[in-house]
Write a protein that binds this ligand. Structure first.
Ligand SMILES: C[S@@+](CC[C@H](N)C(=O)[O-])C[C@H]1O[C@@H](n2cnc3c(N)ncnc32)[C@H](O)[C@@H]1O
Length: 302
């Protein structure tokens, strides 16, 4: 089952009151959405997910709590358009708990796990066209090297890409793991699982994870009411870098104005950083998936 990460912290920093309008961009198995919903007597929760399995499960769970919610089956990159379909143009809180859920990882046939044999898939949205199989069997050597460096930060990107090209067709996750293992030094393969970074890279490519997150984050910031908060949980440095960069950009006075003795109100930033935190040792010991998590919280101040 999926154990929600940094659950109490998100609830605390979202500052929910009974009338709040809250958006959960990553419904998953409903852990965060459920706790949010319990606090909304007159407010409303809009929860996004692109995975129908997650939506079916969470709908059953949420309806036992209350009716004050709407599930939107969509990529969160469409947050603005989809909310405007419900005449929602501003909200009081937004949450992202990025990445895949434990059930997505555990279900072998989704092809996310390098421990379980499955067809190469890795789509969060099973109706999407691009699959891991297409990436592995059709991308050029240069394209593979590029995504392995960029999205996996894998130092053996070149030799792994060459191995993939020489062993095509590669149809299953464990076939791919073998190719990776055979194309890195054996000492390296013994240190950490050698497929970890390559699977991350292919998953990011298949779901276009970094680009959709970046675009959506700007839209989410613009949807916040004054006093509204946005919480983002990231699980690796590439996601966190994007979040940190955008939060910095919107909370700092522009460089060219920094030296003014008094900053006019209209040039002061519209947002302020509220908190950056990581799970406690206690949470990490009961939920190892939280190990690499980081929560960033920002608030709209004007
Ligand atoms: C880590 S899980 C969320 C878990 C959830 N907070 C809970 O407590 O159960 C991430 C979920 O977000 C979904 N997801 C990831 N990226 C998405 C995107 N760009 N658009 C919509 N859903 C996305 C995944 O399908 C997955 O179900």
């Amino acid at each position: 089952m999926h154990k929600s990460v940094l659950l109490n912290e998100c609830i605390k920093y979202l500052n929910i009151d009974e009338n709040s309008i809250i958006v959960d961009c990553t419904l998953g198995y409903g852990g965060h959405s459920g706790e949010i919903l319990k606090r909304l007597d007159n407010g409303h929760l809009y929860s996004f997910d692109q995975d129908m399995d997650a939506i079916k499960y969470s709908d059953e769970y949420l309806k036992k709590i209350s009716n004050n919610y709407t599930i939107i089956k969509s990529n969160f990159v469409n947050i603005k358009e989809k909310l405007s379909d419900y005449n929602v143009t501003s909200v009081d809180g937004i949450l992202y708990d990025l990445g895949v859920s434990s059930p997505q990882l555990d279900e072998a046939d989704r092809g996310f796990s390098f421990h379980k044999d499955a067809a190469l898939d890795m789509r969060m949205d099973k109706t999407q066209k691009l699959t891991a199989n297409y990436v592995v069997n059709n991308y050029t050597y240069e394209e593979l090297v590029d995504i392995f460096y960029k999205y996996g930060e894998e130092k053996y990107s070149n030799s792994i890409a060459k191995g993939i090209i020489n062993n095509r067709p590669i149809n299953t996750t464990l076939q791919l793991v073998d190719v990776i293992r055979n194309n890195v030094p054996s000492k390296y393969a013994r240190e950490k699982h050698p497929a970890r970074k390559i699977f991350q890279a292919i998953r990011i490519e298949v779901n276009d994870e970094l680009n959709v997150f970046e675009k959506s984050l700007y839209d989410s910031l613009s949807l916040l009411n004054v006093g509204g908060r946005l919480c983002v949980i990231t699980f690796h440095s590439l996601e966190d870098k994007i979040c940190k960069k955008i939060f910095k950009e919107v909370t700092e006075v522009k460089n060219e104005l920094k030296n003014l003795p008094i900053i006019p109100d209209e040039y002061k930033p519209n947002y302020k950083i509220v908190k950056v935190l990581q799970p406690t040792q206690e949470e990490i010991s009961t939920n190892p998936r939280s190990r690499s998590a980081k929560l960033r919280v920002i608030e709209r101040v004007k």
